[in-house]
Design a protein around this ligand. Sequence first.
Ligand SMILES: Cc1cc2nc3c(=O)[nH]c(=O)nc-3n(C[C@H](O)[C@H](O)[C@H](O)COP(=O)(O)OP(=O)(O)OC[C@H]3O[C@@H](n4cnc5c(N)ncnc54)[C@H](O)[C@@H]3O)c2cc1C
Length: 441
Amino acid sequence: MIYVITSQNTISKVVKLNLCSGCGTCAALCPKKAISMEIDETKGVYIAKIAKEKCTECQVCFAVCPGHGTDYNELNMEIFGRAPENILIGNYLNCYSGNSTNYDIRYNSSSGGLITQTLIFALEEGLIDGAIVTRMKKEKPFEPEPFIARTKEEIIEASGSKYCPVPLNVALEEALKIEGKFAIVGLPCHIDGLRKAEKVNKKIKQKIVLRLGIFCNHSPNFYATKTLLKKLKVEEKDVNKISYRGEGYPGMLKILSTKGKRNLVQSTSWSLIGSYFFYPNRCLCCSNGVCELADISFGDAWLPEMSEEKIGISVLISKTEFGDQLLNKMESKNQIRLNQLDSKKVVQSQEGMLYTKKKKTKAYKYLFGAVPENNNLLESDRIDFMLNLFPCLTVRVFSKPVFRKILHIIPTKVIWLYSAPYYYFMLKKAKRDFKRNNWTS
Ligand SMILES: Cc1cc2nc3c(=O)[nH]c(=O)nc-3n(C[C@H](O)[C@H](O)[C@H](O)COP(=O)(O)OP(=O)(O)OC[C@H]3O[C@@H](n4cnc5c(N)ncnc54)[C@H](O)[C@@H]3O)c2cc1C
């Protein structure tokens, strides 16, 4: 155990050890309203900040914080009534591929538009009164804004992936105050925080009745988008709107300038945003790729047989009875199209991501000092250790502003090529290990 619960265990310790995921759960749950989520300019991520004069060291923040670790065994028993049957994707009832049957929703969302469609359906059926979702701020187009969407239009406005840090769970504070039942759409760190919070504040389970999870490799820090703009020679002050996905599948990153100019970002530039140079430390330490504790989780269908898809398609995992029934009801009302998928296909669609999430060797501890205490990991060997050194060293070095600046002058193709050998060997190892264990075909 790295942590022993003492009177000193507040999230200050988590922040100090660089383990804060910036999810915002502590800020919403703090009984003294002593915590705020602020952007740390050197790291380009949200960090929880405690106002010491208000803090009574009640430790609620530490109890709900997924940053220092999550007991997945315990939460799986509580939520699903059993230990995870598949270490890579956790407990599940069914796996599917699918999409919204509404062309516009499907075309303008990230993958198949299923999250947006599910929220609209839940709202129209009266299952929820609103949903905690994320849009980009109008006055600050680089910053995300978690909010409670109460209409179909607001749900659609929030569709699409935001590849930047999002302190989503701060919106729980409002949801707890107002009348009604809500859904939440979040990354694994958000849903893990929510699940931990359910144990501390029983009201949360009554208010948040539907948890839609997003598969997540990592949430790039704010420098990812800023570096891309530098490479495109677009001034930050001239940016009116950024949307990271949409207009078909897998979609385009679009930058709309105040002068009415529209930049579309192609795949090599796009891979800059997703590269290890912009990984927050805590994202690299994360071990939950497919949002294991959600009711339903959704991802991209990165499968060879779906590579020709041009409008939008997702893979999804139903985890709870409630989630699975909701999907089937939507299908019976022709709101979505679903095709049963073998869980091995879901693993195949996320091989690299799942390898990075589940294979954590001592390389992490050596290079980051502290690591979260998560118990949903795979055993690893010496080759994993060697492979781990690449992302850990890259993230460690490029978390320093001086090294990040070098990226402004290095051509994007070179940046892309830098990681290519690692991806090649990592994917080979992932395929071999997963096949050997019969997790993929
Ligand atoms: C940071 C990030 C990393 C991802 N990594 C992977 C991956 O490794 N593999 C993979 O297969 N898929 C990944 N995805 C998921 C994928 O991009 C789609 O979000 C997913 O397939 C759902 O598609 P959809 O069309 O149903 O969603 P949509 O209908 O477009 O709805 C998306 C919903 O997600 C919410 N949202 C968007 N961004 C965020 C955010 N950062 N935090 C919280 N809520 C958000 C929106 O408010 C909206 O409600 C990632 C998404 C994000 C945001």
